[in-house]
Write a protein that binds this ligand. Structure first.
Ligand SMILES: [Zn+2]
Length: 675
């Protein structure tokens, strides 16, 4: 808040005058190519002196005297550039490695959380005091969504210490006006969505300072009834319908078609923002990964940075229950259209010189945006869409500091100048040639601390990842003897580096009624699927089950919810073909069985064959309505004994299965000679 400005100006002038205490460490960066970001230039062979967290001298390497006690970092022709700022993050998510480390290791030396909590203010204090390592943190107060009964009053209640106010999409026109009025009298910088009832004209009229995502502007291209005053729950389905009605016709269009259709409308929207001094935050990488999550989830999971995602999140993708998978369900094709339009908006905003600041929406743990790593993708997307490398870097440095100035009255990072915060990245190749050169940072300085390449690499060392990839499921099983049992499957992911089953040391399961009496010894290991399974008499209790496995210091967990208990009928075997004990003479025998009726729900059949040792050698199905199957040649050997059975399930996907039944195993023998 601006109350503190004068205080900071005093501190700053003391620092510039060199009046800080002698105990502060001096760090000298020498022989560097300076990327000052004050304009598009490189200044060769420079030295930069830092005391505490401030730059106090800059000059030609041979002219600058380095104090004896200084810690010297010899740049040897490397490039010293300002650290990067991600101005739209969320620090609330749980990550396998500390989020603040992920930012630092990627050269992100400033973050702004857009849904703040008290702990971030503590972290910020600790980082400032050198008790915690991390980027400099700015934080908005907890989001005000607009549907709260007392939305405008919440502004007053936002505790002091937050740097800005985050407003969401559900304000009525009246409440938005009232809220903005209070925010302005309190001198709060406001950043937010375009509330559906308010729109761009409304936020311009009220002088909101920043739009939190480029994608918000997409709603300006569509006509819909802003006077609906629907509740939050009603807006979403309404807008989904409006959105797909509007954009469905575009689905057959190639990019050029989309462009022709929307360009004029986009230009008109962008024109409204001209010289309004309203910042627009990018968050475009999110668009790109939504498409990947919808169309190539395996590729998304296999991405190297996905190793840093919470296991819970990966599980939700595997189960098709991830936030965006659900949001775009039955409208997946809209995602690529939306991304194309968002990129067009970016291009036009840039052409029209609308102030743009970089943000990635990293961190919540519910969207798949990995802290720190995401900034390099966001920069890449900017340079793919009309920004020069310099212009792209400006959005994450100089512009970020200007936004902070608008928030708290201080523009003191983002460029390498005397008096500014000494947030740096040392990179080996010129970042103004290609923003991807920043990824291979060779050291980072943030909040008064220097981290060399060894330290930053250690922060993101994959060996530190504590998780073991796990998925788990619980299911209510009705057996051939008409008894109910609970089957638990815990499957270890392929990327587990240990030996199975030995390297999994412990297995534990917590059910709705507490810890289950199951240890690793109670599980059988099925190598084909890397599956530990256990059987307990009786149906499972309804509720959530959490499965945890450990291997040394590593741990992995997954959960599954049993939400219904339904008695799936066991198919009657009297009509099965072949009948129990038959001898088969065909190389490609056909098996058939009777269908079951299970209330009005669909059922899915799985066909399984076991050899004489009881090993499952063949399975096909989980198909709805499947009542026969022909086994291809070469699977069943002449003269051998086999058994087969049918499983009936309430889902075609094992992770979603809640209830199933199975028949007994019927035996058959293959003839000595097959036809
Ligand atoms: Zn966000």
């Amino acid at each position: 808040m601006k109350l503190f400005i004068s205080f900071w100006i005093i501190i700053l002038s003391i620092l510039i005058a060199g009046g800080c205490s002698d105990s502060e460490e001096i760090i000298a960066f020498k022989n560097v190519n300076l990327v000052p970001m004050t304009e598009e230039k490189i200044i060769a062979n420079q030295s930069v002196l830092v005391k505490g967290d401030r730059i106090y001298r800059i000059g030609k390497s041979d002219k600058i005297k380095i104090p004896q006690k200084a810690k010297v970092i010899d740049g040897k022709g490397a490039y010293l550039m300002p650290g990067l700022a991600d101005m739209h993050v969320h620090l609330t998510g749980e990550w396998p490695l500390p989020q603040l480390d992920l930012y630092l290791a990627n050269g992100v030396t400033t973050v702004r959380d857009l849904d703040g909590r008290d702990f971030m203010l503590h972290w910020r204090q600790e980082i400032k005091q050198g008790k915690r390592i991390g980027p400099t943190i700015y934080a908005a107060g907890p989001i005000i969504r607009g549907y709260e009964n007392n939305a405008p009053e919440l502004v007053v209640k936002q505790k002091s210490g937050y740097d800005c106010l985050k407003l969401y999409a559900y304000f009525s026109k009246d409440d938005y006006k009232k809220t903005m009025k209070i925010a302005k009298t309190q001198n709060f910088y406001t950043v937010g969505h375009l509330p559906f009832a308010v729109g761009l004209d409304g936020i311009i009229a009220e002088r909101m300072n920043e739009i939190a995502h480029i994608e918000e502007l997409i709603w300006e291209l569509i006509d819909f009834d802003r006077n609906k005053y629907l509740s939050a729950k009603e807006w979403i389905p309404y807008l989904k319908q409006v959105f797909s009605q509007h954009y469905k016709p575009s689905l057959h269009l190639e990019f050029q078609g989309i462009k022709n259709e929307y360009l004029q409308r986009i230009i008109a929207v962008v024109k409204k923002l001209e010289s309004k001094n309203i910042w627009v935050n990018t968050t475009l990488y999110l668009d790109q990964i939504i498409i990947q999550k919808l169309f190539e989830p395996e590729k998304f999971i296999a991405h190297t940075t996905s190793a840093y995602l919470p296991q819970k999140y990966i599980n939700s993708i595997l189960q098709g229950k991830e936030k965006h998978q659900l949001q775009f369900k039955a409208g997946e094709d809209l995602a690529p259209v939306k991304y194309e339009i968002d990129k067009m908006i970016l291009i036009e905003l840039h052409k029209a010189d609308i102030p743009i600041v970089l943000g990635t929406d990293a961190g919540t743990g519910k969207m798949g945006i990995v802290p720190g790593f995401s900034i390099h993708n966001e920069l890449r997307i900017l340079t793919e869409n009309g920004f020069s490398p310099y212009e792209a870097i400006v959005t994450a440095t100089v512009n970020a500091s200007r936004v902070v100035e608008a928030m708290i009255g201080r523009d003191d990072f983002g460029s390498i100048e005397i008096g500014k915060r000494a947030d740096f990245i040392l990179v080996l190749k010129n970042p103004l040639d290609d923003v991807s050169n920043i990824k291979d940072g060779h050291g980072v300085m943030a909040a008064g601390k220097w981290y060399g390449i060894k330290e930053t690499q250690k922060m993101i060392d994959p060996a530190l990842l504590p998780t073991i990839p796990v998925v788990g499921g619980v299911v209510n099983v009705r057996t051939a003897k008409d008894e109910f049992i609970t089957v638990i499957d815990i499957i270890i992911g392929k990327s587990f580096s240990g030996k199975l089953p030995d390297d999994i040391e412990t297995i534990s399961v917590i059910g709705p009624q507490g810890v289950l009496p199951l240890r690793k010894e109670n599980f059988t290991f099925w190598p084909t699927a890397d599956d530990f399974y256990a059987v307990i008499p009786g149906s499972p209790k309804v509720g959530t089950y959490t499965f945890t496995v450990t291997s040394g210091k590593r741990e992995g967990s997954a959960s599954d919810t049993q939400s219904s208990l339904l008695p799936i009928p066991v198919p009657g075997i009297s009509t099965f073909s072949p009948a129990d004990g038959e001898i088969l003479r065909s190389k490609t025998p056909t098996f058939s069985w009777s269908a079951v009726v299970h209330f009005n729900n669909p059922v899915f059949y799985l066909f399984q064959i076991y050899d004489s040792e009881g090993e499952q050698i063949y399975r096909r199905g989980r198909n709805q309505g499947m009542t026969s199957h022909t086994v291809p040649a070469g699977i069943l050997k002449p003269g051998e004994d086999y058994r087969w059975r049918i499983r009936v399930s309430d889902s075609g996907h094992w992770m979603e299965e809640q209830n199933r039944s199975h028949t007994k195993r019927l035996s058959f023998k293959m003839a000595q000679t097959l036809e």
